[in-house]
Ligand binder design. Structure first.
Ligand code: ADP
Length: 485
């Protein structure tokens, strides 16, 4: 659809973009990224023909760019420039109608039904139907942006070049615009090449990205290939961490604010842990990165209050999460900061174990009832729910854990728990085989993300040794405590 071959160009005698090559397929959505002054806008102007190239060639639909008559080119290619200031007083609909200019034929230009339809459709797609009779000059920056977007859409281009189209738009209009562009690449096979500042937005919507630096392309490829932590550091001189989007298979970059050195010394201890009949609560002086299977705020997040609440054996609630949130508030904690799990085991049987070996330090809190012990290898036989026993394990680590270490830490703790049940000969009541846990166990692993870095937490790593030992000893003691009750 569009081929850019060894193109150079710029302003007067100043070459800005040099030796740039890429091609774009029909229906593809390409994002051009790069720091300020890297030549993105200049490249877009060269591609649209607004600036003359000094070397190379630009081919549109198999024809060199200079071979097109302006009106013919305008039917194929639309441009939404960065600043779209209008100084003339026209209505929104009139302004959008200018997009149909390339389609007007003959000496007496006739406005056809097709023209009208294209304009109405463009107004509708940009949520401007209600504004069609307003004066463009009276609109806000974001609304004007949408009017010029509608004008370009009314042109029904095959190739759409945009320069920072989301600049003046609020979140919902950014999403609206990007969804629309994406839809049109799919439904109308429109080809989109757009400059973006927002790397995450580009990553989310573009099929391929072009990363520019100092007038040249430094990388081109899928968002996963282009948006690496290393390339962003190299080109933008900014420290970022890359994470997968929660729902879409695209990378997202998180900025890393400058660190506070004094903070690095902060640690957590059992001093702020309290075991009360109604709940066990640990309050950290700062937020901990946490992974857990809990009733409130399970999954991955940052929390500073950790609760294991006692409920009656017959606790039965339609919406235990909502009920638990009420409890958290009633007790004076903040729901947004709190992870909470529950158990019917008397909390006086809860066991705390601390571990320190060199620069590895952690503590665990376990409550363990084995009433509903299950052998996971036989659980497929169960057709009924069990009287819940519940082993709740909370692990708090002074250290910076990798994602791998979080996962391995949970596995290591689970293995330690299973070993306790094996050593105590706890049996599954149905299969009469050695149990591996109960039906409603919860686990939580929280880390300060300061101080020593732990890449791994498998059984014979420094961190895994601590987790294995503490979880094993605490769980045994907790089970024995419950049986004495
Ligand atoms: P980007 O879009 O990546 O921010 P630009 O393409 O706008 O970068 O600018 C690249 C370089 O070209 C900058 O150094 C800028 O100063 C220069 N430049 C931009 N516009 C002009 C112009 N009209 N005349 C001369 N130099 C320009």
């Amino acid at each position: 659809m569009l081929k850019v071959r060894k193109v150079s160009g710029g302003y007067e005698n100043k070459i800005i973009v040099s030796d740039v090559s890429f091609s774009v397929h029909k229906g593809e959505f390409i994002g051009i990224l790069g720091p300020n002054g890297s030549g993105k806008t200049t490249l877009l102007k060269l591609v649209s023909g607004a600036l003359q190239i000094t070397a190379g060639e630009i081919i549109i639909k198999d024809m060199p760019l200079p071979a097109f008559k302006p009106a013919e080119l305008a039917k194929i290619l639309a441009v939404l420039p960065q600043s779209t200031e209008s100084s003339f007083s026209f209505t929104v609909k009139e302004t959008v109608s200018f997009g149909r200019y390339p389609y007007q034929k003959g000496l007496f230009k006739q406005w056809s039904e097709t023209d009208e339809q294209a304009v109405l459709e463009a107004l509708a797609h940009t949520n401007l139907t209600h504004y069609q009779n307003e004066d463009v000059l009276s609109l806000s920056g974001g609304e004007k942006q949408r009017v010029f977007l509608a004008q370009a859409l009314a042109q029904e281009p095959e190739i759409f070049l945009l320069d920072e189209p989301t600049n003046h738009l609020d979140l919902s209009h950014q999403k609206g615009l990007m969804d629309l562009l994406k839809l049109w690449t799919k439904e109308k096979q429109m080809t989109v090449v757009s400059v973006f500042h927002d790397l995450n937005l580009a990553s989310l919507y573009c099929d391929r990205l072009i990363l520019m630096d100092q007038g040249t392309i430094v990388s081109i490829g899928s968002p996963w290939e282009v948006l690496t932590e290393e390339s962003v550091q190299r080109v933008y001189h900014t420290d970022v961490r890359r994470q997968p989007h929660p729902n879409v298979p695209r990378p997202q970059l998180a900025m890393m604010p400058a660190g506070n050195k004094e903070e690095d010394a902060e640690i957590i201890t059992t001093e702020t842990l309290s075991i009360q009949p109604k709940h066990i609560v640990f309050q950290s002086p700062f937020s901990l990165k946490t992974i857990s299977s809990s009733v409130v705020n399970s999954g991955i997040g940052w929390f500073s209050t950790f609760i294991n609440r006692h409920v009656e054996m017959d606790y039965n609630c339609e919406d235990s999460s909502a009920e638990m949130k009420q409890y958290i508030q009633k007790e004076g904690f903040r729901v947004s900061d709190t992870v909470a799990m529950m158990t019917a085991i008397p909390l006086s049987t809860g066991v705390v174990k601390e571990y320190r070996d060199g620069d590895t330090s952690l503590f665990v809190v376990v409550t363990a009832g084995i009433g509903g012990a299950v052998d996971v290898s036989q659980s497929f036989r169960y057709s009924r729910t069990l009287q819940p026993g519940t082993i709740n394990i909370m692990i708090f680590v002074n250290g910076h854990l990798s994602e791998e270490a979080f996962l391995q830490g949970v596995v290591t703790a689970t293995e330690a728990k299973a070993k306790v049940l094996a050593d105590l000969g706890v049996k599954d009541a149905l299969s009469h085989t050695i149990a591996t846990g109960t039906a409603t166990d919860s686990i939580l692993l929280a880390a300060t993300q300061k101080g020593r870095y732990f890449q791994y937490a498998g059984p014979i790593t420094d961190l895994g040794k601590g987790i294995g030992k503490c979880v094993y000893q605490a769980t045994i003691k907790a089970i024995q405590g419950v049986s004495k009750e």
